[in-house]
Ligand binder design. Sequence first.
Ligand code: PMV
Length: 363
Amino acid sequence: MKAKDFIPQSNLETINTGKVTWQSPSNIALVKYWGKKKNQIPANPSISFTLNNCKTITSLEFTRKKDSEQKGDLFDFEFYFEGQKKEDFKPKIYTFFERIEEYCPYLMDYKLIINSENSFPHSSGIASSASGMSALALCIMSLEKQLSSSISEDYFYKKASFLARLGSGSACRSVQGKLVVWGEHANIDGSSNLYGVEYPNKVHEVFENYQDTILLVDKGEKKVSSSVGHNLMHDHPFAEERFKQAHKNLAALKDIFKSGNLNDFIEIVESEALTLHAMMMSSKPYFILMKPNTLEIINKIWDFREATGLPVCFTLDAGANVHVLYPEKNKTEVFQFIEDKLLVYCEKNQFISDSIGLGSKKL
Ligand code: PMV
């Protein structure tokens, strides 16, 4: 599909008022998206595990503006986060509405009230933009479905992911599926730069219910935002090689998902995490998002893996927190290790137990 296919038809139905609610999860990339082109087009393809417990619940109440009210040029909305009116979140949502205006012009005909809450602490350093933007995009699509009842389920989810991408790139991987690919890849059928698609090929049973224990090393605000980081990939001396490597790693993961070879899986996943941070450290200006405790944890994981042979590995997103990944069948031993050896490196011993989830859900 092309971007223009997401522009709605002009003969929409009239709905005066309503409310829709969606829950949408966060996701953790295995092959990382870092660097983008115009209009949130990724510089390389990525793939992620959808999470189950880290999620945002968002409701959208809409009331059609009266003819006497100003119409057609302004987005009229209120935003509440966990019950509190949040003026400071509004500019980000306003920018999102401006980006999607061409695809959702009907938004300007309504007064909107958005209520959002997270299942994880907002300041945990866990990316809430992926779950938040995908939940909001899905609510908008539920409104569109009421205005245009003939749209297909496939179109609904593709456009939800397309819109979520315009809010925050990685959010497009939080709409549907356990394992989601975003970005065109020669060996993955249906992959697109415009939206995420569920990974279409065979996945070995060892990845069923894969575990992700998120160690909260640093709950503070990030010093450098993802959007600044993505921009630093323009003119980055290693960018082209990195983008090629992501294509190669995704091709290799295709075989790994089929065979269930966890040694190869670990090598790619850890290398991707360290490469992401290496890109940050070699940008101009350079920056470091890992903390000393991030490295302590990585070293402890390597020691544990060597000593026990258990297939536990780490990945990182754009922050200091560590995602510890392992098969469900090793849960008891690995969790014991996390409790005994790793929680001491977390802020107030805090962590989130998560595992692969199915994607968003209408409530
Ligand atoms: O979606 P953004 O713009 O916040 O970028 C997220 C990038 C990483 O989390 C670092 C990697 C990824 O693919 O999710």
